[in-house]
Design a protein around this ligand. Structure first.
Ligand code: GDG
Length: 473
């Protein structure tokens, strides 16, 4: 098997297994936050990708796809229950999103997390070239950096954390907090979305491990009085802005956006696009919108809320409960305020092709991103990227990482329902010159700081660390 200079290790491979016309299995590129972000970075490198193939017990040999080597890791149904749905999505996800849902601490889940992290680390160790780079992605694999370092001390290791890193008082609840910190510190560069996430991580390091930190660096002891420096800082992720701009210029997509607008009539179209997840603040958005209808501030014929809630983690109980609750709320609001002609909320529990998403972004007067906690939120950036005529209003939660860069959005605290209602009204009524002023500033940010720059900046830091280490050896 050929060895790769850069190996990305992520929970999922960037492809889905589908049946071809004759029933034979083939692979198709899959949508989603991480895949979208890494697509471009990987295209320019001789790389490999280690990850799960998306089906339990799937055993497949490494294969070539779009110029990269893909290395499938096998997960059993028990692994999926304990490592993925359990520890990753039932413990870490809620704990790191400020316990919006209660995290469960189960020792059997932790044991599985350790076992599966080792499997990923071993697969990556087999495929990375001598002196190469390994770039680990996200909270499902926090132990892989340290395991990699033990298996392959010759490689330079990066880790990027896509979700928030919580305040010390929350992180300290984790029974395996020390092991997780040690796992992450196996990396040479540990990347976070926001300055605040890197700060929280460094604080936990100081308090729990007593390692010194200075600026963006952590001094990690290596025994015998020796130590090495790891970088722990923010690298805000972004989108392939040019790709979205190109889609937004395609005549068929413009026509589709117009068709959506015609269907809605002269009403204002407000849009929400989220995975169906309790961190995204969909309930708070619906509540605010429902109250505006109840107060008579928005009449049924004046606005429509389109809410795409793409299916997510159906095996986790909290997600089943959330879905029930949201669907009940939508049904109630529609029952009370829709007419034969107008539907108050168009709720769609479906995934759509990217072209359709762009058409929706183009058709929407107001984009609602009201997450209670979100690492970054790429939807906010996608909306901004496609608004080439500088129209449209972004309502953005302060608690989404994107708020650090998109300060010209209408920022809102989604817990404050009165503030949400006022901000939605302000968005609907915003005069065109103000829309243009705000949108222009945001578009500059998104276009100048695209995902290509994100990947390049991270890999440049990894390279620099490797070179510095070679010099001092
Ligand atoms: C995690 C962090 C961080 C959604 N539905 C459909 C669809 N999408 C696409 C969106 C966007 C992506 O999925 C979602 O990204 P987000 O950033 O909004 O959220 P998470 O999935 O929670 O991602 C997050 C991200 O990682 C990257 O670091 O920003 O904070 O939680 O690109 O457009 N795409 C298509 N059909 C859908 O139905 N094609």
């Amino acid at each position: 098997m050929s060895r790769a200079d850069l190996v990305v290790v992520a929970n999922r491979l960037p492809v889905d297994r589908v049946e071809g016309p004759d029933g034979e299995p083939t692979w198709r590129r899959s949508p989603g936050g991480l895949v979208t972000a890494l697509e471009q970075v990987m295209q320019n490198l001789d790389g490999a990708w280690v990850g799960w193939g998306g089906k339990a017990d799937l055993e497949v040999e490494p294969f070539e796809f779009d110029g990269n080597l893909l290395v499938p890791v096998t997960l059993t149904p028990d692994d999926l229950r304990d490592y993925y749905e359990g520890f990753s999505n039932g413990t870490i996800w809620p704990l790191y999103h400020d316990v919006i849902a209660a995290p469960e601490f189960k020792r059997s889940w932790w044991d599985s997390y350790v076992t599966v992290n080792r499997r990923f680390a071993e697969a990556a160790a087999d495929v990375v070239a001598e002196g190469g780079f390994v770039w680990v992605q996200d909270y499902q694999l926090q132990l892989v950096p340290q395991m990699m370092r033990e298996l392959r001390p010759d490689v330079t290791i990066g880790y990027f954390h896509h979700i928030p890193f919580p305040a010390y008082a929350l992180f300290a609840q984790l029974p395996w907090r020390t092991q997780v910190l040690q796992g992450l510190l196996g990396a040479d560069v540990i990347g976070f979305q926001r300055v605040a996430d890197a700060g929280n991580f460094q604080r936990s390091i100081r308090r729990l491990l007593k390692y010194p930190t200075k600026g963006d660096t952590v001094q990690v002891p290596e025994g015998d009085g020796a130590s090495r420096l790891s970088i722990a800082k923010h690298y805000p992720i972004s989108i392939d802005a040019n790709h979205f701009i190109e889609l937004a210029r395609r005549p068929d997509i413009i026509a589709r956006a117009q068709a959506i607008r015609d269907q809605i009539g002269s009403q204002k179209l407000m849009l929400g696009v989220d995975r169906l997840d309790y961190t995204k603040g969909i309930r708070h958005r619906l509540k605010s919108y429902g109250e505006l209808l109840a107060d008579g501030k928005i009449k049924g014929h004046e606005a429509t809320l389109v809410q795409i809630a793409s299916p997510s983690r159906p095996g986790v109980e909290a997600y089943q409960d959330l879905r029930d609750e949201i669907e009940k709320t939508v049904a109630r609001i529609n029952g009370d305020y829709s007419t034969v002609e107008n539907t108050a909320i168009r709720y769609l529990h479906q995934g759509y092709p990217r072209e359709e998403m762009v058409a929706l972004y183009l058709a929407a007067d107001v984009m609602l991103v009201t997450a209670l906690r979100d690492g970054m939120n790429l939807v906010a950036k996608e909306y901004v990227a496609v608004r080439g005529d500088n129209t449209g209003v972004l309502v953005l939660s302060e608690f989404a990482g994107a708020a650090d860069e998109l300060g010209s959005a209408l920022l809102v605290n989604p817990h404050d329902i009165e503030a949400m209602k006022e901000t939605m009204m302000r968005a609907v009524a915003m005069p065109a010159p103000e829309q243009a002023r705000r949108m222009k500033t945001m578009r500059r940010k998104v276009i100048d700081n695209d995902v290509e720059k994100w990947g390049r900046t991270f890999l440049d830091d990894l390279r620099e660390l490797r070179d510095r280490r070679r010099e001092t050896r």
